[in-house]
Ligand binder design. Structure first.
Ligand code: ZN
Length: 371
């Protein structure tokens, strides 16, 4: 079987030298993939909130850097040992694929014993390495990307648009993991704190898992409005109500006495205390948005104890969540308008503008299309 298309000698990347420095297009060499690698021609890369945090210097990221980890592309060439995707579908040049946002050095205690491969020592993420690190092309804001050994690859079915498929390997898979950890089940009442892209996917996933009621909290009116298309039944502006009024209102909707699960995807640790109050006795609280170091908050630990609250964090996701994310989008892309979430498209030389528009929330999900 043919394993290699025509390989270019170099490819463009949008590189930044330090946080807040302008992006510059630079060329780096392209070579044939080595064993375990796949060379991909990028079709689309969407800007995740964590790319913005990295660029602004809120979290450490090696520089000069190439960002972008929500990526899809077409296979150019397959290295030795890569013949099939996670589910056994054969891979050939030209196939459109997604892959895990991270890769690991190899089997270890976390993969073999704890079933937490996503937290393996030495785990690396696409769009999180210095561009000087060979093979240079390991971020989304470029023409090419190498899928590196010990990544998890999935072939994309033709019925999904690029806009539907690109956020699967970060936004969707993360929310599949969050909803799994929140144990959202049939008939549950769920509160989502933050109606950005993660919150919208979270609401849709909760409904797909059988939630009877989803309540969305966000200070931005346009987001609250959009969320009703993604399964949110009631929305509130937490800044327009006192904390006591918000708790009373939400609890009145979640009979008999509060939400079964609350998920935090807004990134502000100060929402955690009210989130705990919204839960019923025995409820589950899952953190998915507070990704920045030093997200300190003061909580009443006695409330956790007395209410028998389960508190969990989610960072990265299990490879099975990538499979589930793809299946969720395939099964629900006619029910929920996922395509519309990617509402801004930019060329590779417009990465700076795209980042600014995303940072200022002029777009929900900006996409870089290198062409
Ligand atoms: Zn991301």
């Amino acid at each position: 079987m043919k394993r290699e298309g025509v390989i270019a000698t170099s490819g463009r990347l949008a590189v930044y030298d330090a946080p807040n420095k302008p992006f510059e297009i630079r060329r780096f060499p392209v070579r044939a993939p080595r064993g375990g690698e796949v060379l991909v021609k990028i079709r689309m890369s969407t800007i995740c909130r964590s790319d913005i945090h990295s660029y602004l210097g809120h979290r450490p990221n090696p520089c000069p850097g190439v960002l972008g980890h929500e990526i899809i592309g077409n296979i150019v060439a397959l290295g030795d040992g890569i013949t099939h995707d996670m589910r056994g579908a054969p891979l050939v040049p030209g196939d459109r694929i997604t892959w895990s946002e991270y890769f690991i050095p190899g089997p270890n205690y976390y993969t073999e014993v704890l079933d937490l491969p996503q937290k393996s020592p030495g785990v690396e993420k696409y769009g999180h390495m210095a561009v000087t690190t060979e093979p240079h092309h390991h971020g989304g804001f470029g023409e090419y990307c190498y899928v590196l050994p010990q990544s998890w690859i999935l072939k994309l079915p033709p019925e999904l648009t690029d806009e539907e498929a690109t956020p699967i390997n970060c936004g969707v898979a993360t929310m599949i993991c969050v909803s799994e950890r929140a144990e959202i089940g049939m008939g549950d009442a769920v509160v989502v704190q933050g109606l950005g892209l993660l919150g919208l996917y979270g609401a849709a996933i909760a409904k797909a898992r059988g939630a009877r009621l989803v309540i969305g909290l966000d200070t931005v009116a346009a987001r609250r409005e959009m969320s009703t298309r993604f399964g949110v039944d009631h929305t509130f502006d937490p800044a327009a109500l006192s904390e006591a009024a918000l708790v009373k209102t939400v609890k009145a909707l979640c009979r008999p006495e509060g939400a079964d699960a609350v998920i935090e995807v807004c990134g502000y640790p100060e929402v955690i205390p009210v989130g705990i109050q919204l839960l019923r006795i025995g409820g589950r609280y899952v953190l998915g948005g507070v990704v920045n170091p030093e997200s300190f908050v003061r909580i009443d630990a006695n409330l956790l104890l007395r209410k028998l609250i389960t508190l969990r964090g989610v960072h990265n996701y299990h490879p099975r969540n990538l499979v589930e994310a793809l299946e969720f989008v395939c099964a629900n892309h006619k029910r929920f308008p996922f395509h519309d979430l990617v509402d801004g498209k930019y060329r590779l030389d417009e990465v700076g503008k795209a980042m600014k528009d995303a940072e200022d929330r002029r777009v929900l999900r900006a996409a870089i299309v290198p062409g």
